[in-house]
Design a protein around this ligand. Structure first.
Ligand SMILES: *Cc1c(COP(=O)(O)O)cnc(C)c1O
Length: 360
């Protein structure tokens, strides 16, 4: 059983676009890509007149070290959003092979499924005493019965903040071997107590993990996301990816962000964010009109209100923009509030306090 059996048959041997940078040739004079021989006068670092490497080796090695995997297990994309799209395209035949999601959840899985015209199976999260929880048995049954090729799990979940135990993910991957690729989106993994699912990859070829520099590493605008999975699957997806997906300035910025001193500062900030998450959660739970604050392992909290519209309006009047979740399944009264700087979190707490508290 190979993970390639879960890839669209017409793409298993697809070689993709043969770009000038992929030939592996080396020389002194580069006349094979119709590039300008002169850097742009606007390009002070003279970095951008040549097409970039499709997967710059230095960045692959640095990200592999960051995530504790080998470079062959890793595909770098324009954010993890691109990796989500590539996974759907490469594994789902339109109108046949389904994608399973557990709403309320990050919206891009459904968007990519829709663009591919892949059937979407929704297995709602269960709202239990401890918070939201994925119903992994129902997910497995739906995938088996309705012919899913992809299952997206989000852990920590966005917008719900819950995590899925590694043993449960391993059991799901084992059960769906030969049926579906189980993708675990760890966009918020840095803020969580759990170890990464990457530790399970050796055992399960049909498991894939999404990581990103957009959240904890503060590089949302650089668009650097990583898919980690079996090398055979990574090789297929590379051939489906755009020829030069990674702009050189973004690659340089990502490399700079992975330098040891920068990583140290990033870890300090993660510690602050986790402490602020606890402080914000406790303060919100004590506000009048707050029905429930869900436990969160991300850098955000999901909050139910007696009157979510009024809470949204009061925050907006104070200049604070939060995510209205009321259109999402099971979240008719909820807002998602990102954990900001301590001052920003103070503004949230003040805006949701009564007038006496707000002047304090
Ligand atoms: C923010 C987010 C992403 C998007 O990450 P990019 O790398 O910026 O594309 C992916 N998954 C989840 C769950 C997110 O919340």
């Amino acid at each position: 059983m190979s993970v390639l059996d879960l890839v669209r048959p017409d793409l298993r041997a697809f070689a993709g676009y043969s770009s000038a940078r992929r030939t592996g040739a080396s020389g002194r004079v580069w006349l094979n890509a119709n590039e300008s021989p002169w850097p742009s006068p606007a390009d002070a670092g003279a970095r951008c007149n040549r097409y970039p490497s499709p997967q710059p080796e230095t960045l692959r090695v640095a990200l592999a070290a960051l995530y504790g995997v080998t470079p062959e297990q890793l595909l770098i994309g324009r954010g993890s959003d691109e990796a989500i799209d590539l996974l759907v395209r490469a594994s789902c035949r339109p109108e046949r092979d389904a994608v399973v999601i557990s709403p309320p959840v990050f919206g891009m899985y459904a968007v990519s499924a829709r663009l591919q015209n892949a059937p979407l199976i929704e297995v709602p999260l269960r709202d239990v005493a401890a918070g939201f929880a994925a119903d992994l048995d129902a997910i497995a049954r739906a995938a088996e019965q309705q012919g899913a090729r992809l299952v997206f799990l989000c852990s920590p979940g966005n917008p719900t903040g819950d995590v899925i135990a590694l043993d449960d993910i391993a059991a799901l991957a084992a059960r769906l071997e030969g049926q579906a690729i189980v993708v675990v989106d760890e966009a918020y993994g840095e803020f969580s107590d759990l170890p990464s699912v990457t530790t399970l990859l050796q055992e399960h070829a049909n498991l894939a993990v999404l990581r990103t520099l957009s959240k904890a590493h503060a590089l949302a605008a650089a668009r650097i996301g990583t898919l980690i999975s079996a090398p055979e699957l990574i090789a297929v997806l590379r051939n489906c990816q755009a020829p030069y997906p990674l702009p050189t300035p973004c690659v340089d910025l990502a490399l700079a962000a992975l330098a040891p001193d920068v990583l140290e500062e990033t870890h300090r900030r993660i510690t602050v964010a986790r402490a602020e998450r606890a402080r914000l959660s406790a303060a919100l739970a004590a506000r009048p009109g707050v029905r429930r604050v869900y436990p969160s392992q991300g850098n955000f909290v999901l909050v139910r209100f007696d009157d979510a519209q009024s809470a949204f309006d009061r925050l907006l009047a104070a200049g604070v923009v939060v995510r209205d979740q009321r259109a999402a399944l099971q979240l008719h009264d909820a807002l998602r509030i990102s954990v900001g700087s301590p001052e920003e979190n103070d503004a949230v707490i003040a805006a949701l306090s009564n007038n006496k508290d707000a002047t304090a």
